[in-house]
Write a protein that binds this ligand. Structure first.
Ligand SMILES: Cc1cc2nc3c(=O)[nH]c(=O)nc-3n(C[C@H](O)[C@H](O)[C@H](O)COP(=O)(O)OP(=O)(O)OC[C@H]3O[C@@H](n4cnc5c(N)ncnc54)[C@H](O)[C@@H]3O)c2cc1C
Length: 501
């Protein structure tokens, strides 16, 4: 699998010819696009394609289970037409046409989502945002970037560094596969988020197109404004269900002049978590503070009988030195490990090739990232592993702490199993059910940065309780005909149930 720079990269190739690829989800109402509507879409100026290969390929994302389906000759969804606008005016015109015709619009960009969020479940229009791309402006004195939503992460970061000596500091593992709009829509976290924050901490303004084609900005004009609630955050995390993000203003940082690294080994995962908590509590925010349990320490770093903590910070050298004096004090009782572990992690951190060979060996693998407050993390770690270990055909379940804050952290679980082929989907659903009920039972958050999509839709009401009705009301107010990404985030779906799981 070769990464395509500035364009979506498929998780896996279909083994069968495209004409024979079946659709995994068939909804109560599958919406076609007739000649009249096609003409109206073409009149918007956007590029419009009904080519079968294009529609099949853009009907899936990196949802790992869909890799198994691909090898079995099916894709999760398929739009009737793929529409590719290149400006906000074209996005607005396309949405106005679709809203009037009650045609579903599923926005997609890098298609690197891992929960099926960009899968067009009911046919209709797949709105491909990858041509609405490019840096609009860099304001160096205020350290602000205006960028179009379809810009890929690696392309953006290269330009920021080369032309302006600044960085966004947002480094998801999928930086080459994903876009600014996708990050905002899914509440993405970069691997350096302990220093730079998650995408929701970076956003100052968002340009959004509503379902009926209205264009608006949600920023309040200045830093830390008090002009009512923060409307940016209505659209951050909305996964294409409330509006289409066409551009954003984000906070920047100078390219850092200093960097230091260290690695430590802890006798237990819980001891390591507590050291991370104490580091954050003292105000030190090393960009990377990743703690692996014993299984993952052995698998990733070949160190035995220890839980490896890797630490990296980058900033002004004086700040980095201060951070490392706190880190060294709080890790004084731990084993000192070879700093080469950090280099090893850096060398592999954007490698996205691990999944495909496992799926080709009929092994089902996925990751479940959640968030919890410090006091809950130890119990969540124990409960999730125990619950998942109880699912038959499981091979392994392990975890690391990937992003840390003063109030808690993200635990990132990995599971693998080898169920019989006819039991594969049952196995997958059982693991997700077991892990999620363990997390919610301890008051944890359903997701930290992968979002909800289709895979986690069934958990939204239990996760949010009565607050879920606020989201349903927002959806009704902003998209009364329910055309935007129907079937996701657990929201009511006017086109009928797709039957997952
Ligand atoms: C190997 C791998 C590693 C990953 N590592 C990370 C990681 O470290 N951190 C992390 O946060 N995520 C990670 N992800 C998940 C994924 O990259 C993120 O969810 C990313 O934000 C998705 O961006 P995208 O452009 O690919 O969006 P897509 O997958 O195309 O879409 C995702 C969702 O966003 C919506 N959307 C996309 N663009 C827009 C827009 N312009 N307006 C409105 N809605 C829009 C879609 O409708 C859909 O609901 C990883 C994925 C893979 C495959």
């Amino acid at each position: 699998m070769e990464v395509r720079r500035g364009a979506p990269t498929s998780a896996i190739a279909f083994d069968a010819p495209v004409q024979s690829i079946a659709r995994r989800f068939s909804s109560a109402r599958m919406v076609d696009v007739d000649e009249t509507l096609l003409g109206r879409l073409q009149a918007t100026g956007a590029s419009v394609s009904t080519d079968l290969a294009t529609c099949v390929e853009s009907g899936r994302d990196w949802w790992p289970l869909a890799m198994a389906w691909a090898l079995g000759g099916s894709g999760p969804g398929r739009a009737a037409v793929v529409v590719r606008p290149s400006s906000v005016d074209e996005v607005s015109a396309v949405l106005a046409v679709c809203d009037a015709a009650r045609v579903p619009v599923t926005t997609a960009a890098g298609r690197s989502g891992v929960c099926g969020a960009s899968v067009p479940l009911h046919g209709g229009v797949l709105l491909d945002m990858t041509d609405v791309a490019g840096v609009v402006d860099v304001d160096d004195s205020s350290l602000l970037l205006e960028v179009r939503a379809g810009t890929f992460g690696d392309v953006l970061e290269d330009e920021l560094r080369a032309k302006y000596s600044v960085t966004l500091g947002h480094w998801p593992q999928s930086v080459q596969l994903s876009t600014v709009g996708g990050w905002l829509a899914c509440r993405s976290a970069g691997q350096y988020s302990t220093r730079y924050g998650k995408i929701e901490d970076m956003v100052v303004d968002v340009e959004v197109v509503l379902a009926d084609g209205r264009v608006l900005h949600t920023g309040s004009g200045g830093p830390k404004a008090a002009v009512g609630p923060d409307l940016n955050q209505v659209f951050v995390g909305s996964e294409g269900t409330l509006g289409v993000i066409t551009s954003a203003t984000l906070r920047l940082h100078p390219v850092p002049a200093g960097q230091r690294r260290a690695a430590f080994g802890f006798a237990s995962f819980v001891e390591g978590l507590d050291a991370c908590r104490r580091i954050l509590r003292r105000g030190a925010t090393p960009a990377v503070l990743r703690l692996y349990d014993e299984a993952e320490s052995a698998r990733n770093f070949e160190v035995d009988d220890t839980c490896a903590l890797i630490v990296l910070d980058e900033s002004d050298p004086a700040v980095v030195d201060a951070v490392f004096s706190v880190v060294d004090e709080e890790c004084a009782a731990a084993r000192s490990l070879d700093v080469g572990l950090v280099e090893r992690w850096l060398g592999h951190r954007n490698d996205v090739s691990a999944l495909e060979p496992l799926y080709r060996r009929e092994i089902v693998v996925d990751t479940i990232e959640i968030a919890g407050r410090w006091a809950a993390l130890g119990p969540i770690y124990d409960d999730v592993r125990a619950a998942v270990a109880g699912v038959s055909d499981l091979l392994v379940v392990s975890a690391h702490q990937s992003h840390a804050y003063t109030d808690g952290a993200c635990l990132y679980f990995t599971f693998a199993g080898r169920p019989p082929a006819e039991e594969r989907d049952r196995f997958y659903v059982s693991v997700w059910d077991a892990a999620t009920s363990a997390v919610l039972g301890r008051g944890g958050a359903l997701s930290h940065h992968h979002g909800v999509g289709l895979n986690r839709s069934r958990f939204m009401r239990p996760a949010l309780g009565p607050a879920f009705d606020v989201l349903v009301a927002l959806k009704g107010a902003l998209d009364p005909n329910g055309i935007l990404n129907p079937g996701k985030l657990g929201l009511p779906d006017p086109y009928g149930e797709v039957g997952w799981p």
